[in-house]
Design a binder for this molecule. Sequence first.
Ligand SMILES: C[S@@+](CC[C@H](N)C(=O)[O-])C[C@H]1O[C@@H](n2cnc3c(N)ncnc32)[C@H](O)[C@@H]1O
Length: 273
Amino acid sequence: MLLAAHASIKSAIRTGLRSTATSRVMSSGASTSASLPPGVEKLRSLLNGAHSSQSWDAAWKAGLTPWDKGAAQPALVATLDDEQLGALLPRSGRAAVPGMGRGFDAELLARRGLHVTGVDISETAVEEARKWLDAQPSDAAHERITLRAADWFAMQPVADDAEEGPTTSSRFDLCYDYTFFCALPSTLHDKWAQAYTRLIKPGGKLLALVYPIQGDRPGGPPYSVDPERYKQLLSPAFELEHQAPPLVRGQDREEGLEQIMIWRRKADTPSAL
Ligand SMILES: C[S@@+](CC[C@H](N)C(=O)[O-])C[C@H]1O[C@@H](n2cnc3c(N)ncnc32)[C@H](O)[C@@H]1O
């Protein structure tokens, strides 16, 4: 597995990590400040730099969810379907999706066989996810997903056999991060890394769909995203097993805006940084 990991890192380096900054408006609604789509501009002005359950809930209540694509991310689908990459990720056990939104990717992970905890700080997001999941035909959507209206950064690990509360959970085999990092101001980056460090089991994985990679730019969300920042934050407690552009890009997305990173939680570092 390690060899496969090294091979995939090497192949990524060979093909070039095309993290070209771009000023083009993106299909998700993210863009440079010069050309913000109306939904993103309204979202920014409503949040006004605040990061709280009230501010995110207000965005959901106002229907300001410009990231919402109505389906699982193509890059995630392709990653799970790929033989080599899929083998790096668990097919059973417990997964978490912080900042899950309406739950499209959580449902895909549940169909893969994982018991998924979807966490969103907005109660309205959780209600919307419940509605969407209830309308899905898959048994997984009904049987293998638990929803929590909670601040991911408040989640604390408990023993596997302990009862879980609203902000406690046993540790996860897999966490999936997509448009969660970019929803956070940089003042929360340390908390972001600390939460994954304490909530992922030794040997467990963090699958990050790193997006939108546009170079350094002011404001957010989406805030600036840089794979090098992920390395600074995660390297103390995680080993990088794979880094490359996704096998399939998001709809209407230019090359270079997305990367897949797969991180393995080291066994020999403390769970609290
Ligand atoms: C940009 S949206 C992405 C939603 C989802 N990942 C998607 O792509 O459809 C970010 C989400 O993170 C949630 N969020 C923000 N801060 C959070 C926190 N500290 N804990 C849990 N959820 C949070 C917001 O309410 C919002 O639904």
